[in-house]
Ligand binder design. Structure first.
Ligand SMILES: [Zn+2]
Length: 275
């Protein structure tokens, strides 16, 4: 088995100033940025999504003020993946690959902490993020987060499938079972990331949905997250098709553990015990 160990780490905390019940929560409203660090036999460390990075913490102005105010982004050095990896005894140079669901600012912030890693993603996501064609794109995609010039590796659907869905099963230079499952809609080149480990598939759905109720049967999503989702998604029809595909996958297969980026209950269920 080429993925030896999976760490579920929270790469950023968001505390939106809204009543918790609007997010289906109690107490104070809180969202996480669920990231993975994979210890592998042959590929060093592989990171899936990166939360905010050290430079975001040191220079909050890299993130738009409106975003910080709306989401209540907590910028803490100890929550960066780099700091958490170091506390696990690893170094930045141990990270040889980063796979990103998409390049929104709360997923790409840590890219600069792993400047020597190959960065794998859907080709359409990189095209749109780097084109910076609209004000909206310039707010969600922060070019400063990849100003160091990552070693990008991009992919498109070429006929390969996983469980009947278009997939990119083989990432360049990666021996471990890590794949992209295109789930466009939230952003134009958004993908879920699949990780084969211990006879099971982890399905990191990124921002394809925001609350676990979206992939339950019947789907039930708290009002605040439905409104937020409608604000930030790029293509409603593609987004709906993605959520439906994920819900059907989850219902049809017992060997999947599915989670999205921002649901704290899903994160806490996966994060303990470490496996
Ligand atoms: Zn996000």
């Amino acid at each position: 088995m080429s993925v030896l160990r999976v760490h579920h780490l929270n790469g950023a905390t968001l505390c939106p100033r809204v009543p918790a019940r609007l997010l289906g929560q109690q107490g104070s409203a809180r969202l996480v940025c669920h990231c993975l660090v994979l210890e592998t036999a042959r590929d060093g460390l592989i990171v899936v999504d990166t939360g905010f990075g050290t430079a975001d913490v040191e220079e909050p102005g890299r993130l738009p003020g409106g975003f910080r105010a709306l989401t209540g982004a907590r910028l803490r050095r100890e929550e960066t993946l780099l700091a958490q990896l170091e506390s696990l005894g690893h170094r930045a140079a141990d990270v040889r690959h980063v796979v990103v669901t998409h390049l929104d600012l709360d997923h790409a912030g840590g890219l600069g902490d792993f400047p020597r890693a190959a960065v794998h993603l859907h080709e359409r996501e990189l095209q749109v993020a780097t084109a910076q064609a609209t004000v909206r794109d310039r707010l969600r995609y922060r070019a400063v987060q990849w100003a160091h010039g990552p070693d990008w590796h991009t992919y498109a659907e070429t006929g390969d499938t996983w469980r009947g869905l278009p997939a990119i099963r083989k990432l360049r230079g990666v021996d471990a079972e890590v794949a992209l499952l295109p789930m466009h809609g939230h952003s134009r080149g958004h993908s879920a990331v699949l990780v084969g480990h211990a006879g099971q598939w982890l399905v990191h759905a990124g921002d394809a949905y925001f609350h676990r109720g979206a992939v339950s049967e019947p789907p039930v999503v708290p009002l605040g997250l439905r409104l937020f989702e409608a604000q930030v998604r790029d293509d409603k029809r593609a987004w709906r098709a993605s959520v439906t595909a994920l819900r059907e996958l989850r219902a049809a297969h017992r060997d999947l553990a599915m989670f999205c980026a921002h649901d704290p209950a899903e994160f806490e269920a996966m994060a303990q015990p470490a496996n």
